[in-house]
Design a protein around this ligand. Structure first.
Ligand SMILES: Cc1cc2nc3c(=O)[nH]c(=O)nc-3n(C[C@H](O)[C@H](O)[C@H](O)COP(=O)(O)OP(=O)(O)OC[C@H]3O[C@@H](n4cnc5c(N)ncnc54)[C@H](O)[C@@H]3O)c2cc1C
Ligand SMILES: NC(=O)c1ccc[n+]([C@@H]2O[C@H](COP(=O)([O-])OP(=O)(O)OC[C@H]3O[C@@H](n4cnc5c(N)ncnc54)[C@H](OP(=O)(O)O)[C@@H]3O)[C@@H](O)[C@H]2O)c1
Length: 282
């Protein structure tokens, strides 16, 4: 392995050329806390849209041994299974061991990507239904950025409702732009049929900055406002399927609401009516 200088705050060092190194091809910054990037895809990597992998950078050298170890974190793959590149949507935690450094990556830099995809936010973990809900807070949008570009989503469901709740408007930009680009994507229209994107209902809300729709999605479900706004019936276990990805408290509140509505939690080994994954550990 080639010796490398340790990664610093100012500049992300190139990781040694490990078998798991991938090259960054594009980086976009949305706010001082959020960015997305694309990188090359390992030729042998197969994954199901909605799954996550471990990615990272080489850590600082151990002061005693001088050895560097990979610093890895779980990341939802934001790109669909058919994409020849990989996309990720990331937080920037100011003192976060990984993201305080990862936020400085540039095209041409290398990251580490362990090609072992896993996760519960996959179509295989749900039984057939008519309408699918994607419920996200913050970077929990990432797996849905993958699933919204997955042809199976449109083959399996008549209606796709994506709710995204963030504190501030700027934090909705990645999701809003992505949905806009799906609506205008000619290649996707050719693949999935003209008008496929008409199945998408996008329901963004903010909680701390003024916007057209304010409030936590959990409160909007309890009050019935969500269903009134969309002009649809409340959750029905016969027709509704859901995937949830947000902070722990959000996930737990939604689980409770789904169980009350009679929906059962699924898993890869036992498909059912809804599935949950944490957007981050706390
Ligand atoms: C299954 C799974 C999938 C994940 N997918 C993504 C993803 O697609 N994009 C992403 O940015 N992160 C994702 N994460 C979180 C990610 O693994 C790291 O925690 C994150 O990159 C920060 O790493 P860090 O080393 O800088 O800080 P850490 O030490 O990992 O985290 C420090 C603190 O920052 C906060 N935090 C961490 N991640 C987030 C986040 N995403 N949003 C808000 N606050 C956060 C928490 O309070 C945490 O305790 C995922 C986590 C899990 C378990
Ligand atoms: N986003 C920021 O601007 C910001 C800035 C500095 C630091 N941080 C820190 O970063 C961490 C993560 O922040 P984040 O904004 O990315 O994620 P977050 O705290 O999980 O909040 C994301 C969105 O989810 C909502 N939410 C939280 N708990 C919920 C629940 N139980 N049910 C329904 N909705 C719920 C929040 O509403 P509420 O607003 O009502 O909580 C917010 O709109 C936090 O520790 C925070 O202190 C965030």
């Amino acid at each position: 392995m080639t010796e490398q200088s340790p990664v610093t705050q100012e500049k992300s060092a190139k990781v040694p050329t490990l078998p798991d190194a991938q090259t960054v091809t594009e980086v976009k910054h949305y706010t001082d806390r959020l960015f997305s990037f694309r990188c090359t895809r390992p030729a042998s990597l197969r994954f199901r849209s909605g799954e996550f992998v471990m990615i990272g950078l080489m850590g600082d050298a151990d002061p005693k041994t001088g050895k560097q170890k990979p610093l890895l974190r779980a990341y939802s793959i934001a790109s669909p299974a058919w994409d020849e590149e990989m996309e990720f949507y990331s937080i920037k935690v100011p003192d976060g061991p990984l993201t305080s450094r990862l936020q400085h990556i540039k095209p041409g830099d290398e990251i580490i990507l362990r090609p072992k995809p896993v996760g519960t936010l996959v179509h295989d973990a749900l039984i057939p239904g008519k309408r699918i809900w994607f419920f996200a807070t913050g970077t929990g949008f990432a797996p849905f950025a993958s699933l919204l570009r997955e042809p199976q989503t449109y083959e399996d469901y008549d209606e796709i409702i994506i709710t995204h709740t963030c504190r501030e408007l700027g934090e909705l930009t990645y999701g809003r732009d992505l949905i806009e680009s799906i609506r205008n994507d000619e290649m996707l229209a050719e693949l999935m049929g003209e008008g496929f994107a008409d199945k998408i209902r996008y329901y963004p809300t903010t909680t701390r900055e003024e916007s057209p729709k304010m409030g936590r999605i959990t409160d909007l479900i309890r009050s019935g406002e969500l269903f009134e706004d969309l002009g649809i019936e409340p959750l029905n276990p016969d027709t509704d399927r859901a995937m949830i990805c947000g902070n722990l408290a959000f996930n737990l509140e939604l689980k409770e609401l789904f169980e009350e509505a009679g929906l059962e939690e699924g898993a890869n080994s036992k498909p059912a009516q809804y599935v949950v994954e944490k957007a981050f550990l706390d």
